[in-house]
Design a protein around this ligand. Structure first.
Ligand code: NDP
Length: 312
């Protein structure tokens, strides 16, 4: 394929996720390399750039072109993909290139907060850059494999135009024009994951003094927790319905975690992870809702207790 000065290609697409345009990937850390690799494997003309030398070598051997500078990479592609460390590094690399980026499509899959994504989108808008924000729900080894998912929000035009290409990395889900929404979903899903992981670690620590290995506990915990995720849908129906008195729910009083806390203390392990959940339950019981469903702890989180900073 040949490209003109603006990165426009003249070969024909093959209807399998390939567009006719050269794509540029800025940032070849573990994730950026995996994303670029998937593009190269699919036959996209791909230009890559990384701040530190050496990281492009493998990709170049497989068919990518290395750009000497970020500016050269941006000029090479109509679609520019950015996968750097954080919000600050994205600005550091892209701010001096706003003129070159004008008129191009920018897909930023660097992890940023929703507000940082909105800020980047506003910056891009002022510079005439079509901006799509992305949140990657996968580790590098999963890119292009089943189970990999990437969340997007921002420019609908960019998403629609490049959806087949984006699908090469995993299932693509678009949440709308608000550029902060993909990041919000990303971080909310990670929040769910980390609290669940802390629960698993707590259980593993509880059984450890009895001579149970973490591996033995994991063999029991994985199917148990997998089965329990089936209740998300029922909890969600109660939360969305706004009526925690619906018949058939496990009540907050029944959900008291006192026995778990006592057993944890008896085992000599920390109680913070379970005490956190107990605190959410107690607030609702103390407010007179003990007979209502466990899902009501959603209200303890949605409306933090006075004096509890949302940032602590
Ligand atoms: P790495 O630490 O492997 O790579 C970071 C990349 O950012 C490198 O290319 C590094 O360049 C570059 N970089 C950092 N600071 C600057 C700067 N000031 N100027 C120019 N380049 C800079 O991270 P990953 O590739 O794993 O992650 C990249 C993004 O993807 C992150 O936002 C991460 O949160 C997100 N992500 C990663 C996942 C993972 O499992 N790895 C999962 C989901 C999202 P250099 O080589 O020169 O240091």
């Amino acid at each position: 394929m040949t490209t003109d000065g603006n990165g426009n290609g003249n070969d024909s697409g093959n209807g399998s996720g390939r567009s006719d345009e050269r794509v540029s990937v800025l940032g070849l850390g573990a994730m950026g390399s995996a994303l670029a690799d998937a593009l190269v494997k699919a036959g996209h003309a791909t230009t890559v750039w990384n701040r530190s030398p050496g990281k492009a070598d493998g990709l170049v051997a497989r068919g990518a072109e290395a750009a000497a500078t970020a500016g050269d990479a941006v000029r090479a592609g109509r679609l520019v993909i950015v996968c750097l460390l954080d919000h600050a590094s994205v600005h550091e690399v892209l701010d001096p290139l706003s003129r070159e980026l004008a008129g191009r499509a920018l897909v930023n899959v660097t992890t940023t907060s929703p507000e940082q994504s909105r800020e980047l989108a506003a910056w891009a808008d002022r510079a005439g850059i079509a901006y799509l924000d992305g949140g990657i729900m996968a580790v590098p080894q999963m890119i292009g494999e089943p189970g990999s998912s990437v969340l997007y929000s921002g420019s609908a035009d960019v998403f629609r135009r490049y959806e087949p290409l984006l699908d090469l990395w995993g299932t693509s889900t678009y949440f709308g024009e608000d550029p902060g929404l993909a990041s919000l979903y990303d971080l909310a899903l990670l929040a769910s994951m980390y609290v669940m992981f802390a629960g698993f670690m707590h259980g593993a620590a509880m059984v450890a003094p009895a001579g149970v290995t973490a591996g033995e506990f994991a063999a029991m915990a994985a199917p148990w927790l997998t089965a329990m995720t089936g209740s998300f849908r029922e909890y969600a129906e109660v939360i969305d319905g706004g009526d925690y008195t619906v018949e058939g729910q496990q009540s907050l009083e029944f959900s008291d975690l006192g026995d778990i806390l006592t057993a944890s203390s008896d085992q000599g392990v920390g109680t913070e992870a379970v005490a956190m959940v107990q605190g959410l339950i107690r607030r609702q019981i103390d407010a007179g809702h003990g007979a209502e469903g466990f899902a009501r702890i959603f209200e303890s989180i949605r409306r933090p207790a006075q004096g509890v900073s949302p940032r602590t």
